[in-house]
Ligand binder design. Structure first.
Ligand SMILES: [Zn+2]
Ligand SMILES: [Zn+2]
Length: 426
């Protein structure tokens, strides 16, 4: 029989990766709370049309990357390719647009896209994101950027993080810009890739962030030169608020989002250590999305961070989260079972500030040799041997598996001794 393997483009998150994820998730949760967000957990699958409406059916995501399936009732569903659509759906479904004029929600979890797997890109990947509804003020945009910065900083990612910020206008000023850009690109149609030609009518802005074509059009008209007065004032205030905080960012006039419901502020976060993909997150204002999904006109701003990518960036700059110290209790001989078992529980219930050790007990049905092998395989730092002969004297053997020293000590002292030693090495 062949052993089973994880599906292509997926992997198990283990060891340092899972500890890095947990660190980031913990820091993010604390920051979100500090900024007034509540956690929401939406389903990992939704109606397929939610995403074609919310993400846009001219995007790569909807055109070719969604995991689509039908349930047994023939309903078309999709594994979520991103988190915002589900949160907006929940916002409307719970009637928060009526009951909570301002609502801030955050989420974390796996997303699914059938992309070509490569370094740092997975078909199941993890995101943490936040969506703030109901606040049209430039302060909400600036606050969102600061929140992202605080999440990254508190999780330990400080070196080389860049925030690229732009405004992509609104329904008043963008149509004229779109026409100007379309005219410019149409003249250069022969230089465009297949995708950009196909999108030229509905989504010309995407050519600016097309990897192949974007860099060719250095003279392309920019949104910054076409903003209406209201958008210009909004952008200027976002920038003033950020500069007053202070917060370091780069104005990035070629940064775009291809979809109509994005308005005004857009941003991208990058960090070294990603190989060809240095984006670790993105966000912006999307005042048009709630209405697009059937709700009232509702201003909103949000972002998502790629957990896999932030974790890579953290590890690239030397982040290490050591596992807890490990104590293994081995047992051998008649009458040792109860003592070994209660010792494990005593150690586990010993409340102490700082990081608690992990405690494992060998299988009482196995030989001492097999238990020692289990202790090694588990990576134990200490081993307590509860043996029949020693126990008759009220003693156990304490082995330090790192220094390979061992001694016989009274059973009543073992908890104190272990916790003191661990306190010293932590
Ligand atoms: Zn405008
Ligand atoms: Zn292109």
């Amino acid at each position: 029989m062949t052993r089973p393997s994880a599906p292509r483009g997926t992997r198990d998150i283990v060891d340092l990766d899972v500890r890095t994820f947990r660190r980031l998730e913990g820091c993010a949760g604390a920051c979100f709370e500090m900024y007034g967000y509540e956690e929401i957990r939406t389903p990992t699958f939704e109606s397929a049309d939610l995403f074609s409406r919310a993400v846009g059916d001219t995007t790569d995501i909807v055109e070719k990357e969604m995991y689509l399936f039908e349930d047994r009732g023939g309903r078309p569903l999709a594994l979520r390719p991103e988190g915002t659509a589900g949160v907006v759906r929940a916002y409307l479904e719970h009637g928060w647009d009526q009951s909570a004029p301002v609502k801030k929600l955050w989420y974390g979890g796996p997303m699914f896209r059938a992309e070509r797997p490569q370094a740092g890109r997975y078909r199941e990947f993890w995101q943490i994101g936040g969506e703030s509804f109901g606040n049209p003020s430039p302060q909400a945009d600036a606050e969102t950027l600061l929140l992202v910065r605080d999440i990254l900083t508190s999780s330990g990612l400080t070196n080389g993080v860049r925030f690229l910020v732009n405004s992509i206008g609104c329904a008043v000023c963008r149509p004229a810009y779109r026409e100007a850009l379309k005219a410019y690109l149409t003249e250069r149609k022969s230089d465009l890739c297949e995708n950009c030609v196909r999108r030229l009518e509905r989504n010309p802005l995407r050519a600016l962030d097309c990897k192949g074509d974007g860099p060719k059009f250095t003279e392309a008209p920019l949104m910054a030169d076409h903003l209406c007065d209201a958008c210009r004032a909004h952008r200027d205030e976002v920038y003033s608020l950020l500069k007053a905080t202070p917060f370091s960012f780069e104005e990035s006039p070629r940064l775009v989002r291809g979809l109509d419901y994005y308005t005004r502020t857009v941003f991208e976060v990058t960090a070294p250590g990603q190989g060809s993909q240095d984006a670790i997150g993105a966000g912006g204002r999307y005042d048009g999305l709630v209405k697009l999904l059937g709700g009232p006109d509702t201003p909103a701003v949000g972002f998502a961070l790629g957990v896999d990518r932030v974790a890579r960036a953290l590890q690239a700059q030397g982040f290490s989260a050591p596992p807890p110290k490990k104590i293994f209790i081995a047992q051998a001989g008649v009458g040792t079972s109860v003592t070994a078992f209660t010792l494990a529980q005593k150690l586990r219930t010993f409340v102490k500030s700082g990081r608690m050790p992990a405690i494992e007990i060998g299988a009482s049905t196995k030989s001492l040799k097999a238990q020692f092998r289990a202790a090694d395989g588990w990576g134990a730092d200490w081993l307590v041997l509860v043996g029949e002969e020693e126990l008759k004297k009220g003693a156990v053997v304490l082995k330090n598996l790192r220094s390979h020293s061992q001694e016989e000590i009274p059973l009543v002292e073992v908890v104190d001794r272990l916790l003191t030693s661990i306190g010293k090495t932590n």
